[in-house]
Design a protein around this ligand. Structure first.
Ligand SMILES: Nc1ncnc2c1ncn2[C@@H]1O[C@H](COP(=O)(O)OP(=O)(O)OP(=O)(O)O)[C@@H](O)[C@H]1O
Length: 279
């Protein structure tokens, strides 16, 4: 991981949220968060200068669901994750996390909400100079007062959860691991603090089909055993169809489709059919 990427990851783990002032938004017509939704984007608009990225984007994830966000490159998938993490603020609209409009929270309040989320970055984004143990321990050292025994107990537990043998990998450096193992360590680090919500940015990119299957099963295991709510940005439609309860397709600044994989496969929208490419 290069220095810039490493800084970005450290910043995210430290919950260094955007602390800028929030523009006044009209609240009168705000219907509030949907019942049961743990993540909800409600009529979100976001642009960078002249470049409008999201227009009137709404979707929600109920507790325990896995929502896959798919779409062509540059349609705003990673941007959507950054909105949920509050690394970006919408120009208008709401982003609710567990019923709270995160853009309107104070820095400290947003930090509290942010701590409920675990993030798996593109390419795993481990700290190259730290051992596997230190990588997984990092969020625990940042956010908790656990003593070393408790940190080690948790690091071992999380490594076992992702099917890595603690005694074999803990002292290794990321460069000594295969791509799939690095991804698993990335997941172990993301779940170190027992988050309720997991965000994944292309968790299977660059992996061979077998390793992609392993990571896909791991995401499903997190849903099944820990009941986390997940938002997964992915280009891998096969893996999306295996793990997602709902799929959101971003196209031309909008949600072009939102529904189950079965509904997506049956969609008569030509764009969706072309996107699936005969899958
Ligand atoms: N901080 C930023 N400043 C300016 N433009 C940005 C910024 N972040 C993203 N963009 C632009 O927003 C658009 C959407 O980017 P984003 O990374 O969300 O796309 P994506 O759908 O995740 O793409 P990919 O599949 O290629 O990863 C792109 O055109 C990108 O150049």
């Amino acid at each position: 991981m290069d220095e810039t990427a490493e800084r970005r990851v450290r910043q995210t783990i430290r919950d260094s949220l955007h602390d800028g002032t929030t523009a006044e938004r009209p609240r009168a017509e705000d219907p509030g968060p949907a019942a049961g939704a743990i993540i909800e984007l409600e009529r979100v608009f976001l642009g960078f200068g002249e470049n409008q990225i999201l227009e009137d984007v709404s979707f929600l994830a109920q507790r325990g669901e896995t929502i896959a966000v798919v779409g062509e490159s540059g349609t705003g998938k990673s941007t959507t994750l950054k909105l949920i993490l509050r690394h970006l603020q919408p120009d208008s609209g709401r982003v609710y996390v567990d019923g709270e409009d995160i853009a309107s929270l104070s820095f400290q309040e947003a930090l509290r909400v942010r701590k409920r989320m675990g993030m798996v970055f593109q390419g795993a984004a481990l700290f190259d100079s730290m051992t596997v143990y230190e990588n997984v321990a990092y969020p625990l050292r940042e956010h908790t007062e656990y003593d070393e025994d408790e940190i080690e107990r948790r690091v071992r537990e999380k490594l076992e959860f992702v099917d890595l043998e603690p005694d074999r990998v803990m002292e290794q450096l990321p460069s000594e691991l295969s791509g799939g193992m690095r991804k698993r360590v990335g997941v172990a680090r993301a779940i170190a603090n027992d988050p309720q919500i997991m965000l994944y940015d292309e968790p299977t990119s660059g992996l061979d089909p077998l390793t992609t299957g392993t990571i896909t099963r791991l995401i499903m295991k997190l849903q099944r055993e820990l009941h986390v709510t997940s938002i997964v940005v992915s280009h891998d439609i096969r893996s999306v169809f295996r793990m997602a309860s709902q799929v959101a397709v971003l196209a031309d600044k909008h949600i072009r489709f939102f529904g189950t994989p079965e509904e997506m496969a049956a969609s008569d929208d030509r764009y969706i059919q072309d996107f699936l490419g005969g899958f």
